[in-house]
Design a protein around this ligand. Structure first.
Ligand SMILES: *[C@@H]1O[C@H](CO)[C@@H](O)[C@H](O)[C@H]1NC(C)=O
Ligand SMILES: *[C@@H]1O[C@H](CO)[C@@H](O)[C@H](O)[C@H]1NC(C)=O
Ligand SMILES: *[C@@H]1O[C@H](CO)[C@@H](O)[C@H](O)[C@H]1NC(C)=O
Ligand SMILES: *[C@@H]1O[C@H](CO)[C@@H](O)[C@H](O)[C@H]1NC(C)=O
Ligand SMILES: *[C@@H]1O[C@H](CO)[C@@H](O)[C@H](O)[C@H]1NC(C)=O
Length: 481
């Protein structure tokens, strides 16, 4: 009898395991599985899915996502949602140029499809990650509709509820939301929507643990000239005497609207114009593949120039359109200007442009008809463009400070990180607004290490991929960064 029991036990265990494994495998929508990708010759290190979640709105909104299972342990690793900013920029920006599973090598001849290599620093090494094109009208999501912060937060919440129904095996995993730039607005408003949903018990439950924002927009006062001027001064981009004069004239508040103050601020912008605002150490490129540095960077000490180098095995691109909010254009309440309008008005009024752009690798790849097919893109979706334009979008959620206050008080874990050479949303602003929250300091300001190197001078995941994977994983695993 004991023997039979044992066999039965083994059989039951086997059967259970089999059931669990099969249900694990079968739960994800098979039709969304990506079997191959043009330009990629290798084996997928984990499962990749892509497709749409259709919201029950009128008209229906079809939100496009690309989901990658963790290459380490999909069952245990957290699920992370990634959002690029804009508003209006596709999250394929992060996928192609920052921490996605592939490095895109430009085709040999003009017009050739890029070649895909596995990215050794992909964030899918340590997490399950969803790249979402949001709001509707961005990237492969459609149709294009007028929207704003609060509606977008609601829609993305609705997306997540449906997504977790499609992939129920991931419901127990810890869930985090992360992104850059204008996602500094998307994320707190979305967390708030999810949190409100939890309070009224919407199903399925989302195991939300926290959020991470890189060079994010937060608040007019802190992110505007009060961030830019101390940044330019601290980085040695403007002279001590000019800084002191500006400080005096503006009486310590560079957002001061007095004419005299505005004039000197204008001068400061003139002095710093031509730099690559997203990474002041990188050369600046101007349209048409014309890659002449506007400022000759040899004026900087050699150690500074070295910092701009990347350990990505393939060349990084020379543009960051949707990466960060263009500087001198603080996010104000109301209709957010389109990128075209911004570019024009910046040129006209501020002797400044949205520079350094060239997204040809992503554009060549994602507008290819075989790639669209392999990614399950609907024929109804418009041709892929990195930042949807024109796009009527309203900033109607105000400052993010009250959101951060409430959400951190509720126990959501938060990581606010900045590339210290980003002049667009400079770290000085993030440092000032986070300090304004008045939180208790549990770990004093210090440098952090990656590979036994001081890595605190981190730029962006694009420029420091291995360090960014390191801090990303440490933070998700609740280890000291
Ligand atoms: C694809 O793999 C085959 C066989 O390994 C190789 O001959 C070919 O050159 C590869 N193509 C590319 C584009 O890497
Ligand atoms: C968002 O959802 C909440 C709760 O369902 C609702 O009360 C609110 O009106 C919605 N807001 C928008 C802008 O759709
Ligand atoms: C900007 O600087 C240049 C010289 O570098 C000068 O000719 C020009 O007048 C300045 N413009 C403003 C608006 O200060
Ligand atoms: C930058 O300046 C150095 C030294 O003044 C010069 O040799 C070099 O040609 C300049 N490069 C460019 C691209 O102007
Ligand atoms: C923050 O919490 C306070 C107190 O509950 C509430 O009055 C306020 O509306 C909340 N603000 C946001 C943006 O959630």
């Amino acid at each position: 009898m004991a023997f039979t029991k044992h066999v039965l036990f083994v059989f039951l265990t086997y059967w259970l395991v089999l059931q669990i494994t099969t249900s694990f495998l079968e739960a994800a929508p098979e039709a969304s599985l990506i079997k191959s990708l043009p330009g990629f010759n290798g084996t997928f290190p984990s499962k990749h899915y892509s497709g749409y979640v259709t919201l029950d709105t009128k008209p229906a909104k079809n939100l496009f996502y690309y989901f990658i299972e963790s290459e380490r342990n999909p069952t245990k690793d957290p699920v992370v949602l990634w959002l690029n900013g804009g508003p209006g920029c596709s999250s394929f920006d992060g996928f192609v140029y920052e921490h996605g599973p592939f490095n895109f090598e430009k085709g040999k001849n003009e017009g050739d499809l890029p070649i895909l290599h596995l990215n050794p620093f992909s964030w899918s090494k340590v997490s399950n990650i969803i790249y979402l094109d949001s709001p509707s009208g961005v990237g492969f999501s459609y149709p294009k509709l007028e929207t704003g912060d609060l509606q977008t937060a609601n829609d993305t919440h609705a997306f997540l509820l449906k997504w977790f129904k499609l992939y129920p095996e991931f419901q127990p995993n810890q869930f985090y939301i992360t992104g850059e730039s204008y996602a500094g607005i998307y994320i707190p408003t979305l967390i708030d929507a999810i949190d409100k949903g939890k309070e009224v018990g919407v199903k399925p439950g989302i195991n939300l643990k926290g959020y991470m924002i890189g060079n994010g927009v937060c608040d007019d006062y802190y992110d505007g000239d009060n961030a830019f001027v101390p940044f330019a001064h601290g980085m040695g981009l403007i002279s001590e005497s000019l800084y002191k004069e500006a400080y005096k004239i503006c009486r310590g508040d560079f957002e001061n609207k007095d004419r005299e103050c505005q004039l000197i601020i204008r001068e400061l912008y003139n002095v710093t114009s031509g730099l690559n605002i997203y990474n002041i150490l990188e050369p600046c490129y101007h349209g048409n593949g014309n890659s002449v540095g506007a400022k000759n960077m040899t004026g900087l000490p050699a150690s500074f120039r070295e910092l701009g180098k990347t350990n990505k095995p393939l060349p990084v691109r020379n543009r960051m359109f949707g990466r960060a909010w263009p500087y001198r254009a603080p996010v104000r309440d109301g209709l957010v200007p389109t990128w075209a309008q911004l570019t024009d008005s910046l040129k006209r009024d501020r002797n400044s442009v949205v520079p350094c752009y060239n997204d040809e690798v992503a554009t060549r790849y994602l507008t290819d008809k075989d790639v669209r097919k392999a990614l399950h893109v609907s024929p109804e979706a418009e041709e892929w463009i990195i930042c949807a334009d024109p796009f009527r979008y309203y900033h109607n959620a105000g400052s993010m400070l009250p959101y951060h206050k409430n959400l951190t008080a509720k126990g959501y874990r938060t990581l606010i990180y900045s590339g210290d050479h980003d002049m667009c949303v400079p770290f000085t602003g993030s440092e000032a607004w986070t300090a304004s929250l008045g939180l208790k300091i549990v770990d004093e300001w210090r440098s952090w290490e990656s590979d036994s190197q001081i890595a605190g001078r981190q730029v962006l995941p694009e420029y420091k991929p291995s360090e960014s994977l390191h801090f990303y994983d440490s933070w998700l695993q609740r280890n000291k960064i």
